[in-house]
Ligand binder design. Sequence first.
Ligand SMILES: [Zn+2]
Length: 303
Amino acid sequence: MIFSIDVEDWSQSVLNTSNPVTNRVYDNTVRLIDILEEHNHKATFFTLGNVAQKHPELIRRISDAGHEVASHGFNHQSIFNLTPKQVEEDITTSVKLLEDASGEKVIGFRAPNFSIREYLFEWYCEALAKNGLKYDSSLFPMKVIKYGIEREYSLKIFNKYSINEHYLSYVKIGKYKLPFFGGGYFRLSPYAITKLLSKNLDSRRAVFYMHPYETDYGELEAVKKAYGKIPLKWRLTQFAGRNSVEKKLHKLMDDFEFTSFKQEFYSNDSISTPRSTLSNIDEDITDIATTDKTDMTTKILYS
Ligand SMILES: [Zn+2]
């Protein structure tokens, strides 16, 4: 399974993108590096360019520990709010900062807020390809309140630009696809539920995601002090359950094997098979040989 972390500072990336990056992102990310080390797992760190700018030594530390450094854009602007030119510049700037700090080539990207829609595919993929990127992990194949794509899309535009899509994992209950493997879903669910549902995922392609701040239960008081009252909606969706995350992570890492996208799919001896549609039910939630799927052209529509 893939362990992915979106490295960003909460008060800058979520509260207000014009806020400065704080030191909390440094300490929170180091905490995750230590937990991964303890369990001997690797991960992909999709990191904001502004974090690399403020804490270049953190990027080096991620890379020196054997993890993959990938890009999460420069300062967490949703892709659909930017022009094609701005997106290309945003990716170029962040990739350069991350490569300079890590000394490693960046090959992967995750859009802030999973902000990719079908009408953006063409120029978004073009911008990724122009920056020498090989894969994307931004599609959320189910509709939730703020983001996600409900119906099935062909990934032929991704394949045209040789960008492999590694979308986020889900569980299928009846005709509905539901997210559970990371973020607030992991934070707010009892671990037994996560464990039960994870057993049905493809052991190679499943993608877990989280943010370093989700282990930081002291942050609410700090942001209240710096920025005033935090709306109830955010206290519930962004801060609830943070004190349970570290304990749950230890259990998750005991129960499953994790690695980075780079190590699993893009190292010398690994095989990466492009997908043709967004979410292939059979492939995602059962453990079958992925190499048989190269000619899969089925386009499924869910109503
Ligand atoms: Zn993010």
